[in-house]
Ligand binder design. Structure first.
Ligand code: 5GP
Length: 202
């Protein structure tokens, strides 16, 4: 056992932080604000079969893989979890980089959808991972709708799919250890930092 596993008052594993929230709840903005202040946080780079949006880069925002390569990695057991999101594209968290960062005591964050968070719950004990589940909620469904339509990055059909998924996801907030309402980005980022700082004794 390394020193990193000792925390004030006892022995505890470092916890992986899993961040989930419906589309347009502002997860990305909150993470951005958080990492600006605390660049030591590592956000896992997921793999996806969806096409890059303008301004997205391979290895930075996602690992953009075709279906064949994604499936090869699934068969190879390289993912901690995978999910088909909005019924449109596959997404997955690569396991090894997550384990490596936790091992190095680097605050490690996954930003994944509800299905993914549930899969992590199923897998965590087998993998010896201790996880804290954080839900980022929009102030209201109306506000979420306004943000989604306002950002204009999806077609009306994609927006409708995302709103459907968002309804289901918002109903699941009770499954999470911590719920952060994103009514103000800086406030939400501070709340998220408090969770991380507690877990990593920072
Ligand atoms: P976007 O296409 O807007 O980047 O992401 C769509 C959704 O996929 C978001 O809700 C995001 O949290 C989720 N997502 C991104 N990466 C992963 C992942 O590795 N696993 C899972 N399950 N969901 C992911």
């Amino acid at each position: 056992m390394t020193d990193a596993t000792y925390i004030r008052g006892g022995v505890r594993k470092r916890r992986l932080i899993v961040l989930t929230g419906p589309t347009a709840a502002g997860k990305g903005t909150v993470e951005g604000a958080l990492r600006e202040r605390h660049p030591n946080i590592w956000l896992s780079v997921s793999a996806t079969t969806r096409a890059p949006r303008p301004g997205e880069f391979n290895g930075i925002h996602y690992w953009f893989l075709d279906e064949e390569e994604f499936n090869r990695r699934v068969k190879n057991g390289e993912f901690l979890e995978t999910a088909l999101v909005h019924g449109m594209a596959h997404y997955g968290t690569l396991l090894q980089p997550v384990l490596d960062h936790i091992e190095q005591n680097i605050p490690t964050l996954l930003e994944i959808d509800l299905q993914g968070a549930r899969r992590v719950k199923q897998e965590a004990s087998r993998l010896g991972l201790d996880v804290v589940y954080v839900f980022i909620a929009p102030p209201s469904f109306e506000e979420l709708k306004r943000r989604l339509i306002g950002r204009g990055t999806e077609t009306p059909e994609q927006q409708a799919k995302r709103l459907e998924t968002a309804k289901v996801e918002m109903a699941a907030a009770g499954e999470f250890d911590v719920v952060i309402v994103n009514d103000d980005v800086n406030h939400a980022a501070n709340e998220l930092w408090d969770v991380i700082a507690k877990e990593y004794d920072l």
